[in-house]
Design a protein. Structure first.
Ligand SMILES: [Fe+2]
Length: 315
């Protein structure tokens, strides 16, 4: 079998709980060059992609969701190279089995050196973003495994346990999906961020909910990303979900964020019940189509009037 990763058991000890970085060889598959990416874009149906535009208005960066508008795969790549765009393609298993097979093989090799980790990994998705794009300070709900393949980006990571940079109430709102994953941020915090320069061929995973931001530095940025939960990560999710529900819906002020013990298990049961009954559903946010890629000026977008905007259905 082709060796896709350079990771020893020793270096993988903190996989699932800490920051782990290592070299990988996904690019050697040839699947991440422009022509292959263009093919992948063309065969990805609407419900499996999300294209986002970033725009600075005053002090605020606005993220909006759009549509390819019939552009060819090649044109979409050109638009990302020149614009301020960020594309996420999903559904490898259904749409592009060659990518699915490659990532299954890569993760099988990760599993070999992480026998201590039980994961429940989601399918991988592909991210393609503009050379000068940024991803604002945010936190992700599951643990993330990021395989960087092309371009350069600077990754700033903060401690998930720091209550100044990530207050419990903020994480709860993210977990309840009541807020965008972008959260309050202060430029001063950059001083104590861990900085990781992601060069092509670097793979990394970091502690669950570790807040981070990303500045692309050079070239078209291409990465594959997968999400995963370990049993401990699932309990943390359950505890914060339940705490958020108690704080926002029942007027309580839960303090404990322990993920072990009877209370933690009771909170996980509450989280499951709330989710099942869809008690928080009405506050969850929708993804709204608000622009089309411009076929005449590649890299530009055509904004939709309010009355033409509509929800984007994703699978
Ligand atoms: Fe993220």
């Amino acid at each position: 079998m082709t060796q896709l990763i350079d990771l020893s058991k020793e270096d993988a000890k903190e996989y699932g709980t800490g920051l782990v970085t290592f070299q990988h060889h996904l690019r050697e598959s040839g699947l991440f060059e422009d022509d292959k990416l263009a093919e992948l874009i063309e065969k990805t149906p609407r419900e499996f992609y999300m294209i986002t535009h970033m725009n600075v208005e005053g002090k605020k960066t606005i993220w909006r969701n759009g549509d390819f508008n019939g552009l060819s795969g090649k044109q979409v790549i050109e638009a990302i190279k020149t614009g301020q765009l960020w594309l996420c393609l999903r559904g490898f298993e259904q749409v592009a089995p060659e990518y699915h097979t490659l990532m299954e093989a890569a993760f099988a090799q990760v599993d070999e050196v992480t026998p201590h980790v039980k994961t429940n990994r989601s399918q991988s998705h592909l991210l393609i973003s503009s050379p000068n794009a940024s991803v604002l300070y945010h936190t992700d709900i599951p643990i993330i495994h990021h395989w960087h393949i092309r371009g350069k980006k600077r990754f700033y990571l903060w401690e998930e346990t720091n209550k100044t940079t990530l207050p419990d109430s903020t994480l709860e709102k993210v977990i309840l999906r009541e807020t965008e994953e972008e959260i309050p941020y202060d430029k001063q915090w950059d001083k104590f961020a861990k900085i990781i320069d992601l060069e092509p061929g670097i793979s990394c995973t970091w502690p669950q909910n570790g807040p981070h931001k990303v500045d692309n530095l050079d070239g078209l940025n291409v990465s594959v990303v997968a999400e995963y939960f370990t049993p401990q990560a699932k309990r943390k999710y359950g505890v914060y979900y339940a705490n958020g529900y108690m704080r926002n819906y029942l007027g309580m002020s839960p303090k404990s964020t322990k993920t072990e013990g009877l209370t933690a298990y009771a909170k996980c049961a509450l989280a499951l019940a709330v989710k099942k009954l869809k008690l928080t559903k009405s506050k969850e946010r929708d993804m709204i189509l608000s622009f089309y890629l411009d076929p005449k000026n590649i890299g530009n977008i055509i904004n939709l009037k309010n009355e033409d905007q509509k929800p984007i259905i994703q699978l």
